[in-house]
Ligand binder design. Structure first.
Ligand SMILES: [Zn+2]
Length: 78
């Protein structure tokens, strides 16, 4: 499964925030929503979750093959 990226620089209405969050989709959505609430003052609404999930991009690693991602050592998502 490709990792996803949430990038504050892609989000309008953000004041100069350059944070990038990457990981599996559910992890990124959760972290990005919590960030949006705590840092950007958004309210915890379904719309925020939907918009955050919709804004995710596939992670692109320069020069890396699309697959070949070792899974050893990863902790399972709660
Ligand atoms: Zn931000």
């Amino acid at each position: 499964m490709p990792r996803k990226v949430a990038d504050c620089r892609d989000t309008p209405s953000v004041m100069g925030c350059t944070l990038t969050i990457s990981g599996e989709e559910d992890e990124v959505v959760r972290a990005a929503v919590e960030h949006a609430i705590s840092v950007h003052g958004h309210e915890d609404t379904q719309e925020l979750w939907d918009a955050t999930r919709a804004s995710l991009k596939d992670e692109v690693m320069p020069g890396a093959a699309p697959v070949a991602q070792p899974s050893a050592g990863q902790t399972p998502a709660s």
